[in-house]
Design a protein around this ligand. Structure first.
Ligand code: AHM
Ligand code: MG
Length: 331
Protein backbone atom coordinates (compact mmCIF):
# COMPACT_ATOMS: atom_id res chain seq x y z
CA UNK A 1 0.00 0.00 0.00
CA UNK A 2 1.23 3.53 -0.84
CA UNK A 3 2.43 5.67 2.05
CA UNK A 4 0.67 8.94 2.84
CA UNK A 5 3.56 10.88 1.31
CA UNK A 6 3.39 8.81 -1.87
CA UNK A 7 -0.37 9.37 -2.05
CA UNK A 8 0.09 13.12 -1.62
CA UNK A 9 2.84 13.24 -4.23
CA UNK A 10 0.60 11.36 -6.64
CA UNK A 11 -1.71 14.37 -6.71
CA UNK A 12 -0.70 16.60 -9.62
CA UNK A 13 0.12 20.25 -8.86
CA UNK A 14 -2.43 21.22 -11.47
CA UNK A 15 -2.46 23.19 -14.69
CA UNK A 16 -0.57 26.47 -14.50
CA UNK A 17 -1.94 29.59 -16.16
CA UNK A 18 0.99 29.54 -18.59
CA UNK A 19 0.28 26.00 -19.68
CA UNK A 20 -3.44 26.72 -19.97
CA UNK A 21 -2.80 29.79 -22.12
CA UNK A 22 -0.35 27.88 -24.32
CA UNK A 23 -2.79 25.02 -24.73
CA UNK A 24 -5.66 27.39 -25.60
CA UNK A 25 -3.49 29.20 -28.12
CA UNK A 26 -2.57 25.98 -29.90
CA UNK A 27 -6.26 25.58 -30.83
CA UNK A 28 -5.80 28.62 -33.12
CA UNK A 29 -3.08 27.79 -35.67
CA UNK A 30 -2.78 31.40 -36.88
CA UNK A 31 -2.56 32.94 -33.43
CA UNK A 32 0.62 34.96 -33.06
CA UNK A 33 0.81 34.54 -29.30
CA UNK A 34 0.53 38.27 -28.58
CA UNK A 35 -2.76 38.00 -26.71
CA UNK A 36 -1.32 35.08 -24.75
CA UNK A 37 1.67 37.19 -23.81
CA UNK A 38 -0.59 40.07 -22.84
CA UNK A 39 -2.57 37.81 -20.51
CA UNK A 40 0.70 36.69 -18.95
CA UNK A 41 1.72 40.34 -18.44
CA UNK A 42 -1.58 40.99 -16.67
CA UNK A 43 -1.05 37.94 -14.46
CA UNK A 44 2.45 39.17 -13.61
CA UNK A 45 1.15 42.62 -12.66
CA UNK A 46 -1.52 40.85 -10.58
CA UNK A 47 1.18 38.93 -8.70
CA UNK A 48 3.07 42.13 -7.96
CA UNK A 49 -0.06 43.93 -6.77
CA UNK A 50 -0.95 40.89 -4.71
CA UNK A 51 2.41 41.26 -2.98
CA UNK A 52 1.76 44.94 -2.23
CA UNK A 53 -1.77 44.23 -1.02
CA UNK A 54 -0.56 41.47 1.27
CA UNK A 55 1.89 43.65 3.09
CA UNK A 56 -0.40 46.66 3.11
CA UNK A 57 -0.84 46.62 6.89
CA UNK A 58 2.91 46.51 7.47
CA UNK A 59 4.17 49.34 5.35
CA UNK A 60 2.86 52.79 4.77
CA UNK A 61 0.70 52.12 1.71
CA UNK A 62 -2.81 52.24 3.14
CA UNK A 63 -4.81 55.41 3.53
CA UNK A 64 -5.54 58.33 1.30
CA UNK A 65 -2.87 59.83 -0.89
CA UNK A 66 -4.31 63.32 -0.60
CA UNK A 67 -5.05 63.46 -4.33
CA UNK A 68 -8.16 62.95 -6.43
CA UNK A 69 -8.56 60.87 -9.56
CA UNK A 70 -10.22 61.99 -12.75
CA UNK A 71 -13.65 61.27 -11.25
CA UNK A 72 -12.98 63.58 -8.29
CA UNK A 73 -12.66 60.62 -5.91
CA UNK A 74 -9.97 60.40 -3.25
CA UNK A 75 -7.06 58.28 -4.40
CA UNK A 76 -5.66 55.70 -2.02
CA UNK A 77 -1.94 55.03 -2.04
CA UNK A 78 -2.50 51.46 -3.18
CA UNK A 79 -4.68 52.69 -6.07
CA UNK A 80 -1.72 54.64 -7.33
CA UNK A 81 0.77 51.84 -6.75
CA UNK A 82 -1.45 49.36 -8.61
CA UNK A 83 -1.86 51.82 -11.47
CA UNK A 84 1.88 52.28 -11.81
CA UNK A 85 2.55 48.53 -11.58
CA UNK A 86 0.01 47.71 -14.25
CA UNK A 87 1.10 50.38 -16.66
CA UNK A 88 4.72 49.34 -16.25
CA UNK A 89 3.95 45.64 -16.82
CA UNK A 90 1.95 46.41 -19.95
CA UNK A 91 4.58 48.82 -21.28
CA UNK A 92 7.31 46.24 -20.74
CA UNK A 93 5.24 43.51 -22.37
CA UNK A 94 5.12 45.29 -25.73
CA UNK A 95 1.74 43.99 -26.99
CA UNK A 96 -0.28 46.99 -25.82
CA UNK A 97 -0.14 50.34 -27.59
CA UNK A 98 -2.34 52.28 -25.15
CA UNK A 99 -4.02 51.95 -21.77
CA UNK A 100 -7.11 53.55 -20.29
CA UNK A 101 -7.13 53.57 -16.50
CA UNK A 102 -9.69 54.69 -13.96
CA UNK A 103 -6.92 56.70 -12.38
CA UNK A 104 -5.97 58.80 -15.42
CA UNK A 105 -8.01 61.23 -17.43
CA UNK A 106 -6.49 60.48 -20.82
CA UNK A 107 -5.26 57.35 -22.48
CA UNK A 108 -1.67 56.42 -21.76
CA UNK A 109 0.49 55.72 -24.78
CA UNK A 110 2.90 52.94 -23.96
CA UNK A 111 5.40 53.86 -26.66
CA UNK A 112 4.74 50.50 -28.37
CA UNK A 113 2.77 51.70 -31.37
CA UNK A 114 3.50 48.36 -32.95
CA UNK A 115 1.29 46.70 -30.29
CA UNK A 116 -1.98 45.25 -31.55
CA UNK A 117 -4.01 45.68 -28.39
CA UNK A 118 -5.42 48.32 -26.05
CA UNK A 119 -6.39 47.68 -22.43
CA UNK A 120 -8.99 49.46 -20.30
CA UNK A 121 -8.63 48.76 -16.59
CA UNK A 122 -9.48 49.62 -13.05
CA UNK A 123 -6.17 48.72 -11.42
CA UNK A 124 -7.58 48.50 -7.90
CA UNK A 125 -11.31 48.51 -7.43
CA UNK A 126 -13.05 48.74 -4.07
CA UNK A 127 -10.86 51.50 -2.69
CA UNK A 128 -12.94 51.94 0.43
CA UNK A 129 -11.97 48.41 1.47
CA UNK A 130 -8.19 48.79 1.17
CA UNK A 131 -7.63 50.14 4.67
CA UNK A 132 -9.74 47.53 6.38
CA UNK A 133 -8.32 44.35 4.89
CA UNK A 134 -11.41 43.44 2.88
CA UNK A 135 -11.29 41.96 -0.65
CA UNK A 136 -10.37 44.27 -3.51
CA UNK A 137 -9.83 43.59 -7.19
CA UNK A 138 -8.36 44.53 -10.55
CA UNK A 139 -10.65 44.62 -13.59
CA UNK A 140 -9.41 44.56 -17.20
CA UNK A 141 -10.79 44.64 -20.70
CA UNK A 142 -8.82 44.02 -23.90
CA UNK A 143 -9.56 45.18 -27.47
CA UNK A 144 -7.76 44.66 -30.73
CA UNK A 145 -6.93 48.17 -31.95
CA UNK A 146 -8.78 49.50 -35.00
CA UNK A 147 -6.28 52.22 -35.86
CA UNK A 148 -3.36 51.17 -38.07
CA UNK A 149 -0.39 49.43 -36.48
CA UNK A 150 2.57 51.78 -36.00
CA UNK A 151 0.36 54.83 -35.57
CA UNK A 152 -0.59 56.26 -32.15
CA UNK A 153 -3.74 54.70 -30.64
CA UNK A 154 -6.76 56.99 -30.45
CA UNK A 155 -10.02 57.30 -28.58
CA UNK A 156 -11.66 55.13 -31.28
CA UNK A 157 -9.64 52.11 -30.17
CA UNK A 158 -11.30 52.29 -26.76
CA UNK A 159 -14.82 53.23 -27.84
CA UNK A 160 -15.53 50.12 -29.90
CA UNK A 161 -18.29 48.84 -27.59
CA UNK A 162 -18.42 45.92 -25.19
CA UNK A 163 -19.09 43.29 -27.86
CA UNK A 164 -15.69 43.99 -29.40
CA UNK A 165 -13.77 42.94 -26.30
CA UNK A 166 -11.42 40.09 -27.22
CA UNK A 167 -10.78 39.20 -23.60
CA UNK A 168 -11.73 40.47 -20.18
CA UNK A 169 -11.43 39.45 -16.57
CA UNK A 170 -10.50 40.33 -13.06
CA UNK A 171 -8.10 39.53 -10.28
CA UNK A 172 -9.59 39.17 -6.83
CA UNK A 173 -7.33 39.79 -3.85
CA UNK A 174 -9.39 37.94 -1.26
CA UNK A 175 -8.93 35.08 1.15
CA UNK A 176 -6.96 33.72 -1.77
CA UNK A 177 -5.97 35.57 -4.91
CA UNK A 178 -7.74 34.55 -8.09
CA UNK A 179 -7.54 35.46 -11.74
CA UNK A 180 -10.74 34.89 -13.70
CA UNK A 181 -10.83 35.62 -17.42
CA UNK A 182 -12.40 34.78 -20.73
CA UNK A 183 -11.19 35.13 -24.28
CA UNK A 184 -14.75 34.55 -25.44
CA UNK A 185 -14.81 30.80 -25.18
CA UNK A 186 -15.86 30.00 -21.62
CA UNK A 187 -14.68 31.48 -18.34
CA UNK A 188 -11.86 29.99 -16.31
CA UNK A 189 -10.55 30.77 -12.84
CA UNK A 190 -7.02 30.37 -11.50
CA UNK A 191 -5.98 30.48 -7.86
CA UNK A 192 -2.60 31.90 -6.93
CA UNK A 193 -0.28 29.46 -5.18
CA UNK A 194 2.09 31.69 -3.22
CA UNK A 195 4.60 28.92 -2.63
CA UNK A 196 4.98 28.29 -6.38
CA UNK A 197 4.38 31.85 -7.52
CA UNK A 198 1.93 30.48 -10.08
CA UNK A 199 -1.74 30.82 -10.88
CA UNK A 200 -3.17 27.29 -10.98
CA UNK A 201 -6.39 26.37 -12.80
CA UNK A 202 -8.91 25.87 -10.00
CA UNK A 203 -12.26 26.76 -11.57
CA UNK A 204 -12.50 25.25 -15.03
CA UNK A 205 -15.26 26.44 -17.30
CA UNK A 206 -17.27 28.44 -14.77
CA UNK A 207 -21.00 28.37 -15.44
CA UNK A 208 -23.16 31.04 -13.85
CA UNK A 209 -26.09 29.41 -12.02
CA UNK A 210 -29.30 30.25 -13.90
CA UNK A 211 -30.89 31.47 -10.66
CA UNK A 212 -29.80 32.27 -7.14
CA UNK A 213 -30.79 33.54 -3.72
CA UNK A 214 -28.20 36.26 -3.11
CA UNK A 215 -28.75 39.94 -3.86
CA UNK A 216 -25.96 42.50 -3.60
CA UNK A 217 -26.92 46.15 -3.50
CA UNK A 218 -26.17 49.21 -1.40
CA UNK A 219 -29.52 49.42 0.36
CA UNK A 220 -28.49 52.72 1.91
CA UNK A 221 -29.48 54.22 -1.43
CA UNK A 222 -32.90 52.53 -1.42
CA UNK A 223 -34.88 55.77 -1.32
CA UNK A 224 -33.33 57.00 -4.54
CA UNK A 225 -34.02 53.83 -6.56
CA UNK A 226 -36.90 53.63 -9.01
CA UNK A 227 -40.10 52.03 -7.78
CA UNK A 228 -39.44 48.92 -9.85
CA UNK A 229 -35.98 48.43 -8.34
CA UNK A 230 -37.42 49.05 -4.88
CA UNK A 231 -40.10 46.45 -5.60
CA UNK A 232 -37.45 43.98 -6.70
CA UNK A 233 -35.49 44.45 -3.47
CA UNK A 234 -38.67 44.11 -1.42
CA UNK A 235 -39.40 40.91 -3.30
CA UNK A 236 -35.93 39.56 -2.48
CA UNK A 237 -36.65 40.19 1.19
CA UNK A 238 -40.11 38.62 0.93
CA UNK A 239 -38.45 35.50 -0.42
CA UNK A 240 -35.84 35.66 2.39
CA UNK A 241 -32.98 35.90 -0.06
CA UNK A 242 -29.55 36.59 1.44
CA UNK A 243 -28.29 40.18 1.27
CA UNK A 244 -24.53 40.18 0.67
CA UNK A 245 -22.73 43.42 -0.14
CA UNK A 246 -19.14 44.19 0.66
CA UNK A 247 -18.80 47.23 -1.59
CA UNK A 248 -16.07 45.61 -3.69
CA UNK A 249 -17.51 44.95 -7.09
CA UNK A 250 -15.09 42.15 -7.93
CA UNK A 251 -15.75 40.32 -4.66
CA UNK A 252 -19.51 40.74 -4.85
CA UNK A 253 -19.58 39.74 -8.52
CA UNK A 254 -17.33 36.73 -7.99
CA UNK A 255 -19.42 35.34 -5.13
CA UNK A 256 -22.57 35.63 -7.18
CA UNK A 257 -20.89 34.08 -10.22
CA UNK A 258 -20.00 30.98 -8.24
CA UNK A 259 -23.09 30.71 -6.05
CA UNK A 260 -25.84 32.34 -8.08
CA UNK A 261 -26.97 35.86 -7.34
CA UNK A 262 -27.38 39.39 -8.62
CA UNK A 263 -25.27 42.52 -8.15
CA UNK A 264 -27.02 45.78 -8.83
CA UNK A 265 -25.85 49.36 -8.80
CA UNK A 266 -28.85 51.29 -10.13
CA UNK A 267 -29.05 54.99 -10.87
CA UNK A 268 -29.34 57.11 -7.72
CA UNK A 269 -30.10 60.76 -7.02
CA UNK A 270 -26.38 61.29 -6.40
CA UNK A 271 -25.31 59.31 -9.46
CA UNK A 272 -28.19 59.56 -11.93
CA UNK A 273 -26.18 57.62 -14.51
CA UNK A 274 -25.11 54.98 -12.00
CA UNK A 275 -21.78 54.90 -10.23
CA UNK A 276 -19.79 52.24 -12.05
CA UNK A 277 -17.69 52.99 -15.08
CA UNK A 278 -18.79 51.43 -18.35
CA UNK A 279 -15.45 50.74 -20.01
CA UNK A 280 -13.44 49.20 -17.20
CA UNK A 281 -16.03 48.03 -14.67
CA UNK A 282 -19.30 47.22 -16.43
CA UNK A 283 -18.14 45.93 -19.83
CA UNK A 284 -15.56 43.43 -18.55
CA UNK A 285 -17.86 41.99 -15.90
CA UNK A 286 -20.74 41.89 -18.39
CA UNK A 287 -18.44 39.96 -20.74
CA UNK A 288 -17.60 37.43 -18.01
CA UNK A 289 -21.29 37.23 -17.04
CA UNK A 290 -22.43 36.51 -20.61
CA UNK A 291 -19.61 34.09 -21.39
CA UNK A 292 -20.52 32.08 -18.29
CA UNK A 293 -24.23 32.04 -19.15
CA UNK A 294 -25.30 34.99 -16.98
CA UNK A 295 -26.69 38.37 -17.96
CA UNK A 296 -25.81 42.06 -17.55
CA UNK A 297 -28.20 44.93 -18.24
CA UNK A 298 -28.45 48.62 -17.47
CA UNK A 299 -32.19 48.18 -16.97
CA UNK A 300 -33.02 48.82 -20.62
CA UNK A 301 -30.27 47.29 -22.75
CA UNK A 302 -27.66 44.62 -22.44
CA UNK A 303 -24.56 46.29 -21.04
CA UNK A 304 -22.45 44.99 -23.94
CA UNK A 305 -24.80 46.70 -26.43
CA UNK A 306 -24.36 50.18 -24.95
CA UNK A 307 -22.62 52.42 -27.45
CA UNK A 308 -19.90 54.27 -25.52
CA UNK A 309 -19.30 57.94 -25.99
CA UNK A 310 -16.53 58.75 -23.56
CA UNK A 311 -13.76 57.06 -21.59
CA UNK A 312 -15.04 57.48 -18.08
CA UNK A 313 -18.79 57.31 -18.61
CA UNK A 314 -20.91 55.55 -16.02
CA UNK A 315 -23.77 53.14 -16.27
CA UNK A 316 -26.34 51.56 -13.99
CA UNK A 317 -25.78 47.79 -13.87
CA UNK A 318 -27.77 44.67 -13.01
CA UNK A 319 -25.51 41.66 -13.42
CA UNK A 320 -25.44 38.01 -12.43
CA UNK A 321 -27.71 35.00 -12.73
CA UNK A 322 -29.92 35.37 -15.78
CA UNK A 323 -33.26 34.66 -14.08
CA UNK A 324 -32.54 37.22 -11.36
CA UNK A 325 -31.46 39.92 -13.80
CA UNK A 326 -34.56 39.21 -15.93
CA UNK A 327 -36.76 39.73 -12.89
CA UNK A 328 -34.92 42.78 -11.58
CA UNK A 329 -35.27 44.73 -14.80
CA UNK A 330 -38.80 43.81 -15.80
CA UNK A 331 -40.86 46.95 -15.45
P1 AHM B 1 -14.07 52.53 -6.84
O1 AHM B 1 -13.73 52.26 -8.27
O2 AHM B 1 -13.84 53.95 -6.44
O3 AHM B 1 -13.41 51.56 -5.91
O4 AHM B 1 -15.65 52.35 -6.70
C1 AHM B 1 -16.25 51.20 -7.18
C2 AHM B 1 -16.86 50.47 -6.03
C3 AHM B 1 -17.27 49.06 -6.36
O5 AHM B 1 -16.24 48.15 -6.14
C4 AHM B 1 -18.38 48.84 -5.38
O6 AHM B 1 -19.24 47.82 -5.78
C5 AHM B 1 -19.03 50.17 -5.33
O7 AHM B 1 -18.05 51.12 -5.69
C6 AHM B 1 -19.50 50.49 -3.95
O8 AHM B 1 -20.11 51.73 -3.95
P2 AHM B 1 -20.96 52.23 -2.71
O9 AHM B 1 -20.00 52.47 -1.60
O10 AHM B 1 -21.63 53.48 -3.20
O11 AHM B 1 -21.95 51.15 -2.40
MG1 MG C 1 -13.43 51.04 -9.55
Amino acid sequence: MESKIEQELALPVGVTLDRFIMHSQSAFPYATGELSQLLRDIALAGKIINREVNKAGLIDVTGANGTENVQGENQQKLDIIANIRFIRALKNGGEVCAILSEEDEDIIHTGNDHGKYVVAMDPLDGSSNIDVNVSIGTIFSIYRRITPIDSPATIDDFLQGGRKQVAAGYILYGSSTMLVYSTGDGVNGFTYDHSLGEFILSHKNIVSPENGVIYSVNEGNYNSYTTSTQNYITNCKRKSYSARYIGSLVGDFHRNLLKGGIYLYPATAKDPKGKLRLLYECYPLAFIAEKSGGRASDGFREILDIVPSNFHQRSPIYVGSTAMVDEAIKA
